[in-house]
Write a protein that binds this ligand. Structure first.
Ligand code: SAM
Length: 226
């Protein structure tokens, strides 16, 4: 059964499209002050050496391109947005599919590791946990990374100020206006770490860890299939 997170899908379609795809890499690099690459290196450190890796919501392929294919033999990308996949395919030879993370079109146990960056806030946590469980082989690991709402009050104030500045930037970078105007609300409303940890526990994942980075503005949930 396909369980869709209707609001999450609508937001993803509003944010990710032919207007934002060409400049995505530059925008994510600059707006995170280069932290994006550091967070992604941490994701890859969590999976270690694996044969078959699935990059869920691979977007323009930034993370997939960082996977060392001499160590991890095969990387597959999956994403909802055709225009983002097109950018990824131009960059590298990537086995990829346009699909949703809540209905992964691969057989049971097909992957040894699943990585995802900036997906968790757009999806139904139970459906995501269920699909990851199904396509992971026993002993497999799943790593989910995304922005988080800072818990520290002072940091939250600074973070909101940063988004106020981004809103002004959106007046000039018009294709990013919707993202810059709404992303902070989407991040805070999603409560994705709590929902995902609960869903992963319910599904039977073990050794679940939740880590926070960069003064609470990003988080990572790591879970293993016994
Ligand atoms: C901010 S981009 C991140 C892309 C890439 N992971 C990265 O780190 O650069 C978010 C991506 O999630 C994809 N996405 C959002 N909801 C999705 C879903 N339910 N299933 C698959 N992809 C989804 C969007 O199409 C978009 O490419």
């Amino acid at each position: 059964m396909l369980v869709q997170h209707k609001e999450g899908h609508a937001t993803a379609r509003k944010f990710f499209n032919s207007y934002t795809a060409p400049s995505y890499d530059l925008v994510v690099r600059t707006t995170t002050f280069g932290r994006d690459a550091a967070w992604k290196r941490r994701i890859l450190a969590e999976i270690g050496v694996r044969k078959k890796v699935l990059d869920l919501a691979c977007g323009t392929g930034i993370l997939a391109a960082m996977v060392d294919t001499k160590v991890n033999r095969r990387v597959t990308g999956l994403d909802l947005t055709f225009e983002y996949l097109q950018v990824a395919r131009k960059k590298m030879s990537l086995a990829s599919v346009q699909a949703t993370a809540e209905a992964i079109p691969y057989r049971d146990g097909a992957f040894d590791a699943i990585v995802s960056s900036y997906l968790a806030k757009y999806v139904d946590a139970r459906a995501l946990a269920g699909e990851c469980w199904r396509v992971l082989a026993p002993g497999g690991v799943a790593v989910f990374h995304d922005f988080t709402c800072p818990e520290n009050l002072a940091m939250y104030g600074l973070w909101k100020l940063y988004f106020a500045i981004l809103r002004i930037a959106g007046v000039f970078a018009r294709s990013w206006k919707e993202v810059f105007c709404d992303l902070d609300r989407v991040i805070c409303d999603s409560c994705w770490t709590d929902k995902l940890v609960e869903a992963l526990q319910e599904r039977g994942f073990s050794d679940i860890e939740c880590k926070r980075y960069t003064l609470g503005t990003a988080g990572m949930v790591v879970a293993r299939k016994p």
